[in-house]
Design a protein around this ligand. Sequence first.
Ligand SMILES: [Zn+2]
Ligand SMILES: [Zn+2]
Length: 344
Amino acid sequence: MIAAVLYGPNDLRIEEVETPQCGEDELLIRVKAVGLCGSDIRTIFNGHKRIAYPQILGHEITGEIVEVGSNVKKYQQGERIYVSPTVPCFECSPCKRGWYCQCENLTVPGTTMPGGFAEYMVITKDIMERGQIIPIPEKMSYEDAVMTEPLSSVYACQENADVTLGDTVVVIGTGPIGCLHVELAKLRGAIRVIAIDQLDARLQIVKQFGADDIINSKNEDPVARVKEITAGYGADKIISANPSTEAQQQAIVMAAKRGKVVFFGGVAPGKLTEIDTNIVHYNQLMLLGHFGYDHLQNYKSFALIASGRLAAKKYVTHVLPLAEIKKGIELTKSGEAIKVVLQP
Ligand SMILES: [Zn+2]
Ligand SMILES: [Zn+2]
């Protein structure tokens, strides 16, 4: 079968590899659509500390079951499924507290085991028992189902930070994740959503997801603009979904009293952010970190897309064959694509 195999940082090869065998406790799926995630692109260029090379990446996975192991009773050939890449161990300390995305032994297809950038993929017993497989309803496309993975993280972030009715929300960074943040904040009842980026092309796109105000932070002071828009008060929730430490500094200054600031995007390893903690202290700000999602948040995200309340189609601007993954990377990096989905 054809697969995109990462041999090391900046060494991605599209090549013929052996089709994996379906064990008696496993499933074999024909991968139908797999998302190209920003984190995949980071891993392709910079590597990842948990990856075992050579590895088949791809964690936003959908497919059709083509083979069912003899011991597996729950699934049938021909079923269309979404496969969540979060497989906790259920035994470590974070797992025992219910913090599954902080699992110390997380199994992640595309990182710790072969993922979906291939024609076929084995769904192990672990994934079936401790992960999450969601059947895709007939009316839902594989491409739409792929959006469950990025949405889950966004959904979990806004649920944890309690983005709610009447909020003014700022989203810094308007890649696909930022666009999801804007649309979801509106769905959760935010009355005003302000989007900040440095690329005009992206700021034009984010408008279609419901941003009320857009700010190009290259051309104007985003803190001053947010204060102006909010009559001097600042915003209730600020989500920094980008890798900039400067954006993290600004996020704190544009928060309203008792506002919540969420660091959603990671910054380069070792990079430090200087903050005026007096602002945090006197204004009683809450600084939150966000990473991942749990099973219920994943399921609710899937249901949100399946219901049509969040139109996944608007995000998937490019569907390409797996062999064109490098083109997909370019389209994503330039901002021309919102979301690239690959068909192996
Ligand atoms: Zn992803
Ligand atoms: Zn665990």
